[in-house]
Design a protein around this ligand. Structure first.
Ligand code: ADP
Length: 477
């Protein structure tokens, strides 16, 4: 209030000084005809109307007309006007200045309105951009009130949703039980934005169906913009819900596809060892074989049951990792110990390949030892399976910038560049080597899932005919 009064006093003083200045200049120093004086005064009135508004312009034009009459229309220095022509001149001056002031005031109002509209459009644009960023309905609902508050500069904001009778609030004011039940009541009936004290109540409707309301305290927006905001919010909620439904559907479809794929692959892979076991067992039962042959058949049964066991535990691991049911117990472990354990578990490899280890004792990683060993064993078994007996397998580790790189290198068949990204996909097996080595195509997919669960990465460099190097990257313990 005080600042408005000061502003008015300053403006009136400036207008008075300008008017007095014009009168003084023309009366004392520049002797021009009355038309020039009238035009100069008119210019002053127009400038005042354009910048300060109609109220100032009208009062100033009356004062300017009085000065014009007093100082410049004969007889001078009186308010009397002798000549009818001068009456006309004075009246024209007053009429012109008032009409021109009115016009410039209207132009000013229109410019202000255009600015306000642009600011409101900007609010709507920013809101729609913010709303489109959320793809989950839950996240959108909980952040919406804060987003709207930030964009509209309101003092407090509430998003009330009829579904589940939920209230989300932003800003520092709290809400009473009575107000909440008032929101509930208003949300079902409100169709357009309504002002309630200092608050704007904005309906959120999906077509004719009410879904809630947005209550904003002292927002700097018009009711039509508020209506548009309600529409945007409702659309954004619909969109996020639709996206979630689609994502759920896609995930369910993908999980069904994988399950079918897994069942197909497992059934196929189980058949080979089962056929061998069945054949060996039938022969053992039906014929009285020499001891050596019987032992050979029992050895086949032993190996094939191991293979069956391996396949089934891979399938179980895969489905548990897929369903994210696995809880990793991370502990700092020495890499050389982990590698020793993996070599122990895959003892058969050492019978066929020289295994070289080059790992400094001090390197440690934070891992779940059981799962990490599975990932490492898969790599060791592949290195052995896909290289000629007698070819060496080298396991090395090094530390760089708080990261540990563990590599398993073989001098085997290598992997064609076109297949290098595919082999990490579940059930992918190279068509060129299908007959050569047994497997399910799950090993590398399991290893990758395990390493990713440790915040690590698995990568490959390979040259067909020369060998492959699989590298595990893990954070240092
Ligand atoms: P599996 O060994 O049971 O087929 P994996 O997921 O472990 O399944 O491997 C997928 C495919 O990647 C294998 O079928 C093979 O073609 C290729 N592969 C994996 N490791 C190697 C390796 N060390 N050398 C050559 N090829 C490999």
């Amino acid at each position: 209030m005080n600042s408005r009064l000061t502003l008015a006093i300053v403006r009136w003083s400036l207008a008075t000084v300008a008017l007095a200045g014009i009168v003084l200049v023309y009366k004392r120093w520049l002797h021009v005809n009355p038309t020039t004086v009238a035009l100069s005064l008119l210019l002053l009135v127009l400038v005042v109307a354009a910048y300060w508004g109609l109220r100032y312009a009208i009062i100033l034009s009356i004062a300017a007309a009085a000065c014009y009459n007093f100082f410049f229309l004969p007889p001078f220095d009186t308010f009397t006007i002798a000549d009818t022509q001068n009456w006309l001149a004075l009246l024209s001056f007053i009429a012109t200045s008032i009409v021109a002031s009115r016009l410039s005031q209207r132009a000013r109002e229109e410019a202000d309105e255009a600015k306000a509209r642009q600011a409101e459009l900007d609010i709507l644009f920013r809101l729609s951009r913010e709303l489109l960023q959320s793809e989950s309905a839950g996240a959108l609902q909980s952040s919406l009130a804060t987003k709207v508050l930030g964009i509209t500069s309101a003092e407090a904001g509430y998003l009330y949703l009829l579904e589940g009778n939920r209230l989300y609030q932003a800003g520092n004011s709290s809400i009473s039980e009575r107000e909440l039940s008032h929101f509930e009541q208003v949300a079902t009936t409100l169709t357009t934005t309504q002002a309630e004290g200092e608050r704007l109540l904005i309906p959120i409707r999906s077509g004719a169906r009410p879904r809630g309301l947005l209550a904003l305290s002292l927002p700097h927006i018009s009711t039509s913009t508020a209506d548009a905001m309600g529409g945007l919010v409702s659309l954004a909620l619909d969109r996020a819900q639709a996206l979630e439904t689609v994502a759920r559907g896609e995930a369910a479809k993908e999980s069904d596809r994988l399950r079918t794929l897994m069942v197909d692959s497992i059934t196929h892979e189980l058949r080979t060892p089962l056929t061998s076991i069945k054949g060996a067992a039938t022969t053992l039962l039906s014929a009285n074989l020499p001891r050596e042959d019987s032992l050979e058949l029992l050895r086949i049964i032993d190996e094939e049951t191991d293979r069956l066991n391996h396949l089934i535990s891979e399938a179980v691991d895969m489905s548990q990792l897929d369903a994210q049911q696995v809880k990793m117990h991370l502990q700092p472990r020495s890499v050389s110990h982990l590698v020793e354990d993996a070599i122990e578990t895959t003892a058969w490899i050492r019978r066929e390949h020289p295994v070289e280890v080059d790992i400094p004792d001090s390197i440690a990683v934070r891992v779940d030892a059981t799962f990490f060993e599975k990932a490492l064993c898969n790599l060791l078994e592949n290195a052995a399976k896909y290289s000629q007996p007698g070819r060496p397998i080298t396991i090395s580790a090094e530390r760089r910038n708080q990261e540990v790189f563990i590599s398993v290198a073989d001098q085997g068949t290598g992997i064609d560049p076109s297949e290098q990204s595919l082999i990490f996909e579940r059930f992918y097996r190279s068509p060129h080597r299908l007959g050569a080595a047994s497997g399910s195509g799950m090993g590398l997919a399991i290893s990758r899932a395990i390493i990713q669960a440790h915040d690590g990465q698995i990568s490959l460099t390979s040259q067909p005919g020369r060998g492959s190097v699989f590298t595990l990257l893990l954070p240092e313990a």
